[in-house]
Design a protein around this ligand. Structure first.
Ligand code: BV8
Length: 249
C-alpha cells in the first residue's frame, strides 16, 4: 500500500510529465545535504555571520576586508563539498523535461558541478568577481582580497559578482524569468524558505495564474506560499524519487 508521500510524489510526477512550461526553483536547502549551511536554518550561520549582515553593499563599503574574508571562507567551504543526489536529480530532470526552466537562488555552483549548465543563477555566483570601476566580470576560484587588482583595469576594485540584499537583480535575467512565469503551468520549488524576494513571489505568481505549485522542503509546517503538493523531506531523497518516476522506473 503506497504511503501518502509516495502517492503525492506519483501525482507530482504525473503533473510534471504533462507540463508544457515547467519551472524548477531551488534554494539553499538543495545544497544542505552537501554540507553547505542554509541561510535561516538552525545551522544557518555562515561562520557566525548572517547573510543579511554581510551580503549588502553597505557592509562592503564599511569593511571590504571583512566581507572578502567572509566570501573566501564560504568559497573554501563550498570547494571542499560536492553536489548531492538532489543536484544530480535536478540535472536528470532537465534531461527528461527539455522545456524545464531551471532557476537557482544559490551562488555555490553545485548545480553546474552536477552537470546542469542550463540554469539561471539569479543571485549570481560566488566564484565570479565584478570590477566596480570597469564593470568587467571574471572567475577567481582562489582567494580575493580587498587589495586584489582587476586584471583588466588593474584597480583594486573587485567585488563578488553576487546580488546583495537591497540590490536590484539583473534586468535582462528578471525579464526572462517574468516572461517564463507568465506561461508557467507547474513550478517545482525545492529547498527554499520563501523568505527572499523576488524569488519568493514566483510560486505565488504561478498559482495566481492557475498553475500548479509542487514543493519539496524538510519543514513540517512550511507555508511560505500556497502549494498544491507538499513533499516533506530531504531534497536528496525526494527529488531522485520524483525523477525516477518520470522515467517510469
Ligand atoms: C531586491 C546572495 C529590489 C548573497 C542572496 C521586506 C519584505 C519583503 C522583501 C524585502 C523586505 N525588505 C527588503 C526586501 C527585499 C529583499 C528581501 O527579500 N529581503 C528579505 C531578507 C526579507 N530582497 C532583495 O534585496 C533582493 N533585491 O528586492 O531588489 C530593488 C529594485 C531596484 C533597486 C534596488 C533594489 C535581492 C535579494 C538577493 C539577496 N542575495 N544571495 C550571498 O549568498 O552572499 S539571497 C540568499 O537567500 C541566498 O541566495 C539564498 O538562497 C536566498 C534565499 O534563502 P533560501 O535559499 O530560501 O535559504 P533559507 O536558508 O532561507 O531556506 C532554506 C530552506 O530549505 C528552508 O525552508 C529549509 O526548511 C529547507 N531545507 C533545509 N534543508 C533541506 C531543505 N529542504 C529540502 N531538503 C533539505 N535537505
Amino acid at each position: 500500500m503506497p504511503t501518502e508521500t509516495q502517492l503525492a510524489i506519483q501525482r507530482a510526477a504525473q503533473i510534471l510529465l504533462t507540463a508544457k512550461h515547467p519551472i524548477l526553483l531551488t534554494g539553499a536547502g538543495i545544497s544542505a545535504e552537501s554540507g553547505i549551511p542554509t541561510f535561516r536554518g538552525k545551522e544557518g550561520l555562515w561562520k557566525n555571520f548572517r547573510a543579511e549582515d554581510l551580503a549588502t553593499p553597505e557592509a562592503f563599503s564599511r569593511d571590504r576586508k571583512l566581507v572578502w574574508e567572509w566570501y573566501n571562507w564560504r568559497k573554501r567551504l563550498i570547494l571542499s563539498k560536492k553536489p548531492n543526489e538532489a543536484h544530480y536529480a535536478a540535472y536528470r530532470l532537465k534531461e527528461k523535461l527539455p522545456n524545464l526552466l531551471c532557476i537557482t537562488q544559490n551562488v555555490d555552483s553545485l548545480h553546474k558541478r552536477a552537470g546542469l549548465k542550463d540554469i539561471l543563477e539569479m543571485h549570481g555566483n560566488i566564484f565570479r568577481v565584478r570590477c566596480q570601476k570597469c564593470f568587467r566580470v571574471g572567475i577567481i576560484e582562489g582567494e580575493v582580497t580587498h587589495e586584489t587588482a582587476c586584471k583588466y583595469c588593474n584597480l583594486p576594485e573587485l567585488r563578488p559578482d553576487i546580488v546583495w540584499f537591497g540590490e536590484a537583480l539583473d534586468a535582462s535575467l528578471m525579464h526572462e524569468i517574468h516572461s517564463q512565469l507568465l506561461r508557467c503551468d507547474v513550478i517545482l520549488v525545492v529547498g527554499t524558505s520563501g523568505h527572499v524576494y523576488p524569488a519568493a513571489g514566483f510560486a505565488i505568481e504561478v498559482r495566481r495564474r492557475g498553475g500548479y505549485v509542487i514543493e519539496i522542503n524538510t519543514d513540517e509546517n512550511h507555508r511560505a506560499f500556497p502549494n498544491d503538493i507538499y513533499l516533506q523531506g530531504n531534497a536528496a531523497t525526494l527529488l531522485p524519487q520524483l525523477d525516477s518516476l518520470l522515467s517510469g522506473d
